[in-house]
Design a protein around this ligand. Structure first.
Ligand SMILES: Nc1ncnc2c1ncn2[C@@H]1O[C@H](COP(=O)(O)OP(=O)(O)O)[C@@H](O)[C@H]1O
Ligand SMILES: [Mg+2]
Length: 138
């Protein structure tokens, strides 16, 4: 499935729509260059689960993992941009986050074979222009 959005708000709205299909447990890879809109997409997904308000979702670039607790579902937002080795990855203990209440959203997860294999959903965002994005879901 492919969708074109024309603003960050449209991408957030699309994230909300997609979240309806994310019954936990789910591992979702968010792919795309820096500034593509991966974190923007998480805003919609976290909001759909009443886990966070849009403005409370920020990039976990330095903190690596953000946790947003909703009444039914906990959304984890992980950024592996700065993680390069299996050893560093192991220190994050991501396995401990995967359970039947969790939706785990991973930016740059495709760097690791393990997540390319285990992911349930892959969302790829490509920049088409200042505000235009092509979003592919598979
Ligand atoms: N259609 C769009 N979808 C998503 N973000 C958009 C769009 N148009 C413009 N933007 C802007 O692009 C930037 C995307 O940043 P971000 O979501 O942090 O990207 P990433 O996490 O992929 O590095 C934001 O400043 C956002 O407002
Ligand atoms: Mg990001």
């Amino acid at each position: 499935m492919t969708k074109i959005t024309h603003s960050a708000d449209e991408t957030i709205a699309f994230g909300k729509e997609l979240a309806a299909q994310f019954a936990p447990p789910k591992i979702v890879l968010l792919r795309g260059d820096l500034g593509a809109g991966k974190t923007t997409m998480v805003k919609g997904i976290a909001q759909a689960f009443s886990a966070a308000e849009q403005e409370d979702v920020t990039s976990p670039t330095f903190t690596l993992i953000h946790e947003y607790r909703g009444p039914q579902v906990t959304v984890y937002h992980i950024d592996l941009y700065r993680i390069d080795t299996e050893k560093e990855l192991a220190t994050l203990a991501i396995d401990d986050l995967i359970d039947d209440r969790s939706v785990v959203l991973i930016e740059w997860g495709e760097k690791f074979e393990r997540f390319r294999r285990e992911r349930d959903v892959e969302i790829t965002i490509a920049r088409r222009g200042e505000n235009e994005r092509e979003i592919r879901v598979s």
